[in-house]
Ligand binder design. Structure first.
Ligand SMILES: C[S@@+](CC[C@H](N)C(=O)[O-])C[C@H]1O[C@@H](n2cnc3c(N)ncnc32)[C@H](O)[C@@H]1O
Length: 212
């Protein structure tokens, strides 16, 4: 799928109340920013935000943060929010590798949706389920850890299951074809997922938890 370049993306970000310009200032205090003690879920690489926006609309008692590196994608996400104000949604435009600067132990769930697969051996560390990333997540999860991952990429999926197991996560649900799974796993589609669904590509899914 092609990424569109959005002219004036930086300006759109600067003028949006959804975008948290200095996320490091809110470390350990995101509940104050949201104005409640509801759970906080984080999506890394939210792209155009279709998933996180829909989740925020569907679940007003859960707080959502969408993080995306690319300014054009983030600007499109802001446009996609529409006119209805979502008090339970915040956006960060930055690199996911910086998350420990933004969050203390305050995250309940991390969503990894169609993340870059980085299939080459030498790029493994960049995968959002690499050992290095799982170590970062350990520093921002509350007591329990919860990761929901969806991908169309077998290599990423297999290495994710392996690394999550190494970190003692257990799998509540695993599916090798989410959209045809007889268990009817509740699902909100992402932008990429809509495209892959149309192409009849199977979606791999795991709901992984670690409880102390
Ligand atoms: C394949 S797209 C998936 C977008 C969206 N999750 C979806 O399913 O439609 C991956 C997204 O992750 C973002 N991304 C890649 N590396 C990132 C990083 N290190 N930090 C934050 N976002 C990143 C890309 O800019 C891109 O928008």
């Amino acid at each position: 799928m092609r990424y569109n370049i959005v002219k004036g993306a930086k300006e759109i970000l600067d003028n949006s109340d959804y975008v948290i310009k200095h996320p490091e200032n809110h470390k350990n205090n995101w509940h104050k920013l949201f104005g409640n003690n509801n759970p906080i879920c984080l999506e890394l690489g939210m792209g155009r935000g279709i998933f996180i926006i829909e989740m925020a609309k569907k679940n007003p008692n859960i707080n959502y943060i969408g993080l995306e590196l690319d300014a054009s994608q983030t600007a499109t996400a802001i446009k996609n929010i529409g006119l209805k104000k979502l008090n339970n949604l915040k956006i960060i435009c930055n690199d996911a590798s910086n998350i420990i600067n933004y969050f203390g132990k305050e995250i309940d769930t991390i969503y990894l949706t169609f993340s870059e697969p980085w299939p080459k051996k030498q790029d493994e560390k960049k995968r959002f389920t690499s050992i290095s990333y799982l170590k970062l997540y350990d520093r921002i999860f509350k007591k329990n850890k919860h990761i929901i991952l969806k991908t169309d990429n077998k290599i990423l999926f297999a290495s994710s299951l392996e690394n999550l197991s190494e970190f003692w996560y257990t799998f509540d649900k695993v599916s090798l074809d989410l959209h045809h799974d007889e268990r009817n796993i509740p699902n909100v589609m992402t932008d990429f997922e809509v495209q892959y669904y149309k192409e009849h590509r199977p979606i791999y899914y795991v709901d992984a938890k670690y409880k102390d």
